[in-house]
Design a protein. Structure first.
Lengths: 340, 180
């Protein structure tokens, strides 16, 4: 059998299971937090309070929202394709969660005498793995919109397909600079390089900007929320969804934001490192989570600031500005890496 | 004269145009403007919320605010000021005031004049709060109060009778202090 990827460090199978559950639990708990923080912060950005009625400081608002969605009747349009309609939100969820597996929260640490790597898995193709699932993620939106059998959903899913494909190219090219400098695709090794040298946000600043902009498009967040575009497309690909399936799409969107934040923290913002300080190992996961949340807050800040792009602007920006810039960035990095 | 050689007079000002959109310059400017926008929204965050938490925190009204009507009595004698002249009903553009007058008798003296309003009803579901009744009244018997919380579950409950209008209204809405 051909080896597709080498894995940096193995543990016993039960440790891997526990790790998977722990990472999923921790990051999934952040979804309602981000949901609430987004609504609160958006309110503050617009001179208002945001939700503050349910529970103390409105902290139970996401619970109320999710509870309401879960108790809603499952409904599907008559000319939808049933099994695809049900499967699509699950694909969205799955890809978002799967990408989380490669985000390292710390290096291998000693827990009760056992060496445990604080990440889902450390493959030699870490970034490729993340991008592969990013590529599959668009099937979630695409199939959902198409299987709905409604024209607005269809338009939304077509937009999603075009947008995700165009911006994935630039995002991948932006990361190539990082990969070339670190000399590895493994995310833990990239963080290790940043630990010894400098955070990639400084030598790869252009790459960081391109990655961030493309990340907005990849997660369908404003100003690139054209697949949803409530003003033009009613709700885009999720127009016909309600109840639990809509909740799955909704959670997947916020999970994607967290995952993309995690990726950019790992790739550009030094992972679990803090400059000039050398904290004990148990702080590392907290550092990563805090950085992830701070980066997600930036997403919310941009959402409060920028209006949605027009479709042709989106396309021309992606192909005429981001892609040449990303190519140039990769080219210059290649020359610098080879000549030094 | 060909169109190209035509020149406008010295008083004609050329239109100021911004830089052409698109291209590398456009992307650069868009980046700068995005940062400016981020700064603008962040400044709003620092300023803090400006909204009123309505049911708990009420917006104070101005002294001339036209809220629910009040009927008045003379403070010394306790007699009603309204003499049942129906001028308010005549002035009302929404036709929501109904007055039925009756004669005062020495045994039953209700108002200071010859007659009094035996029935005085305002249908607040029709009232447009224009204040014409207040202007039309020759005795200042009806004035507009400050109360704006009048919603009810039943339309018939919104027909206010004389007793309800004469009663001291619940002080539910704050009055704006001078200079506020």
């Amino acid at each position: 059998m051909t080896v597709l990827a080498e894995v940096g460090y193995y543990e016993a199978w039960w440790i891997q299971l526990l790790k998977a559950v722990a990472i999923f639990a921790v990051v999934f708990q952040l979804v309602p937090v981000i949901l609430l923080v987004e609504r609160k912060l958006l309110g503050r950005f617009q001179h208002r309070y945001g939700p503050n009625r349910v529970g103390p400081f409105g902290m139970l608002q996401p619970m109320a929202d999710i509870g309401k969605l879960l108790f809603k009747e499952q409904f599907r349009p008559r000319n939808s394709i049933g099994w695809l309609f049900a499967l699509a939100p699950a694909i969205s969820m799955l890809t978002a969660v799967a990408t989380m597996a490669v985000i390292p929260f710390s290096d291998t640490v000693d827990i009760f005498g056992t060496q445990v790597g604080l990440y889902g898995i450390d493959t030699s193709i870490g970034i490729l793995f993340a991008f592969a699932f990013g590529g599959i993620a668009f099937y979630g939106l695409m199939l959902g919109g198409w299987a709905s059998g409604s024209k607005y959903s269809f338009l939304g899913s077509m937009r999603a397909a075009a947008q995700l494909i165009s911006y994935e190219v630039s995002q991948g090219l932006a990361v190539i600079g990082v990969v070339m400098q670190a000399g590895s695709l493994s995310l833990t090794e990239i963080v290790g390089w940043q630990e010894n040298n400098v955070w990639f946000v400084i030598p790869q600043f252009v790459g960081f900007i391109i990655f961030t902009v493309a990340a907005f498009a990849e997660t369908n967040r404003p100003p690139f929320d054209l697949p949803e575009a409530d003003a033009e497309l009613v709700g885009g690909y999720n127009t016909e969804y309600g109840g639990g399936r809509f909740a799955a799409y909704f959670a997947a969107e916020y999970l994607n934001v967290l995952v993309v934040s995690g990726l950019s923290v790992t790739l550009f913002l030094g992972g679990w490192n803090i400059p000039f300080v050398d904290p004990p190992t148990w702080v590392d996961p907290i550092v990563v989570l805090v950085k992830m949340i701070l980066f997600s807050l930036f997403f919310i800040w941009v959402r409060a600031t920028l209006p949605r792009l027009r479709y042709d602007q989106l396309m021309s920006f992606g192909w005429k500005v981001l892609l040449p810039l990303a190519t140039l960035n990769a080219l210059v990095t290649a020359i610098v890496v080879v000549s030094t | 004269m060909s169109p190209s050689s035509w020149s406008p007079g010295a008083d004609v000002v050329a239109v100021q145009r911004g830089p052409r959109p698109g291209g590398a310059g456009g992307a650069y400017r868009a980046f700068g403007e995005t940062l400016r926008g981020l700064k603008t929204t962040f400044a709003r965050l620092v300023e803090g919320p400006k909204t009123f938490q309505y049911p708990e925190e009420k917006v104070p009204v101005y002294p001339r605010f036209r809220g629910r009507h009040k009927l008045h009595r003379f403070e010394d004698s306790g007699l009603e000021k309204c003499v049942g002249c129906s001028l308010c009903a005549a002035a009302c553009p929404a036709d929501c005031i109904r007055v039925v007058a009756a004669e005062n008798t020495p045994e039953n003296r209700v108002s200071a004049g010859e007659r009094y309003a035996a029935v005085y009803e305002i249908n607040l579901s029709r009232c447009i709060f224009c204040g014409y009744c207040e202007v039309a009244c020759p005795f200042d018997a009806i004035t507009m109060g400050h109360d704006y919380e009048m919603s009810d579950y039943n339309r018939s409950d919104l027909i206010f009778t004389k007793e309800m209008l004469l009663a001291e209204p619940l002080d539910r809405t704050p009055l704006r202090a001078a200079g506020e």
